[in-house]
Design a protein around this ligand. Structure first.
Ligand SMILES: Cc1cc2nc3c(=O)[nH]c(=O)nc-3n(C[C@H](O)[C@H](O)[C@H](O)COP(=O)(O)OP(=O)(O)OC[C@H]3O[C@@H](n4cnc5c(N)ncnc54)[C@H](O)[C@@H]3O)c2cc1C
Length: 423
């Protein structure tokens, strides 16, 4: 019988899971290394709710692109040269997934997982989770037809869950968003996508969790996992030993390290991204906009425009690479020529939890009876937070609900990595 749960990690995934389990009536404790939830990756991201972007990161052709971009200091994708064996192993494993068969499998699995995303976000309102939520849709803007075609191929399979990408000309795009510059010639209108202020979502989830009686232990990094046979009995964080019936590992890009403490090494590595906010008001947007060829996300929030982008492998620290931030700013000016920042924006960095196959890791940790993993959501952690929480809740409940979800969840089982290693 599961009466209590300990969740390690108070990012959007850990908080969404805590919220669901507390709603289910469990006594929930959330433990996190950070002093508060306003400084991590779950706050520093573009805030897009985008089932239309269900394509996994490892894709056919990624190797060629990475090789071309490796020489450019401000490119959207960068693999930092490193001899760290874990990083090398991870990158080699990811390369093996850059083929049509694995890509299509991942695309299908993520699309199915995203089927209820929007409905679950809409339901937060009724559940008392307050956050800044925009339901206006998204535009993908391109300078060239070739740039757009790549995305059309990647968005077409998502139509089966009711998320569409309608092609528009440059002028049709400018009718919707007059701030887009004259070089934007093609685009896609994805009317069903949404966006949030990620900081407000994290705050709203935490506040609702507290109302439901969730206990938060802050500034406490989990450094030890204690077990009796196949049952984890407690985790050690600072000088506290925290006991529970169930443990959920939701430590973002650190979940690989944490899973090793529990006896099973999962391949989760950081994919660093950067961003900054512009409060000048010089450009007004309603939709979230993807600057296609530059791979930059622009998000209009109530008091600012947020710019985010780049994917950097092999870098786990918080340092800011000014070249990459400049690359984002340059693309922003190319697509939005009216942008006139009034002050030097303060850049931030976030670490996406990446897996070699580009799919999240959701489900039972191999070798342990009472540990669940919820991580590896890569570029879709905000989007997939409520559905991940729903799966965690169904897994704990068991019975019919868990059986119904089993086919949807199977591709994300942590076991896929350990079984492969054994083979
Ligand atoms: C530039 C950028 C743009 C993005 N844009 C989007 C977007 O538009 N839409 C989208 O869906 N996703 C987006 N993402 C991805 C999304 O931000 C992540 O997938 C998501 O935030 C991951 O959430 P998490 O809760 O798994 O991890 P995190 O937010 O990293 O939280 C993990 C928590 O675990 C804690 N922790 C770690 N180790 C320990 C330990 N040993 N003990 C205790 N606590 C520990 C950390 O302190 C942290 O608070 C973006 C990411 C980046 C970088």
């Amino acid at each position: 019988m599961t009466n209590s749960a300990v969740i390690v990690g108070a990012g959007v995934i850990g908080l969404a899971a805590a919220h669901r389990l507390a709603e289910d009536g469990l006594a929930v404790t959330v433990v996190d290394a950070a002093p508060d939830s306003q400084s991590g990756t779950s706050v520093h991201n573009a805030g897009w709710i985008v089932p239309i972007m269900s394509a996994p990161v490892p894709a056919p052709g990624m190797l060629g692109k990475a090789a071309r971009w490796m020489t450019k200091k401000d490119s959207p994708l960068y693999v930092r040269p490193s001899l760290n064996p874990e990083h090398v192993r991870f990158m080699l494993a990811m390369l093996r997934y850059c083929n049509p068969r694995d890509f299509n499998h991942g695309m299908g699995a993520l699309t199915t997982l995203n089927e209820r995303t929007v409905a679950l976000f809409d339901a937060y309102d009724k559940q008392g989770v307050a956050f800044e939520y925009h339901q206006v849709g998204q535009l993908l803007a391109f300078h060239t037809s070739e740039g757009m075609q790549e995305y059309q191929r990647a968005t077409a399979p998502v139509e089966r869950i009711g998320h569409t990408a309608v092609p528009l000309s440059g002028d049709e795009l400018r009718d919707l968003e007059p701030a887009l510059g004259p070089h934007v010639r093609r685009g896609l209108h994805c009317a069903q996508e949404r966006h949030v202020d990620p900081a407000s979502l994290v705050k709203g989830l935490e506040e609702r969790c507290r109302e439901l009686g969730v206990r938060f232990i802050r500034s406490s990094r989990v450094t030890e996992v204690r077990s009796s046979g196949s049952v984890v009995t407690s985790v050690l964080a600072g000088c506290q030993e925290i006991q529970g019936d169930l443990f959920v590992l939701a430590a973002g890009a650190h979940t690989g390290r944490l899973s090793r403490l529990a006896g099973c090494r999962l391949p989760i590595q950081p994919g660093k991204g950067y961003g900054f906010d512009d409060r000048s008001g010089s450009v007004k947007l309603r939709h979230s906009v993807y600057l296609g060829e530059a791979k930059v996300a622009v998000t209009p929030l109530s008091d600012r425009l947020r710019f985010a982008g780049t994917m950097e492998f092999g870098s786990s620290d918080a340092t800011i690479d000014p070249h990459r931030v400049r690359g984002i700013a340059r693309s922003a000016h190319e697509f939005l020529p009216g942008l006139r920042p009034t002050e030097q924006p303060r850049a931030w960095a976030g670490h996406r939890p990446m897996t070699p196959d580009g799919l999240p890791v959701i489900g039972a940790l191999p070798g342990k009876d009472n540990v669940l993993v919820a991580s590896g959501h890569a570029m879709l952690g905000v989007t997939l937070a409520p559905v991940t929480a729903d799966i965690i809740s169904a897994t704990v409940e068991g019975g019919r609900r868990a059986a119904e979800l089993a086919p949807t969840v199977r591709p994300f089982a942590p076991e896929r990595f350990t079984a492969r290693r054994r083979a």
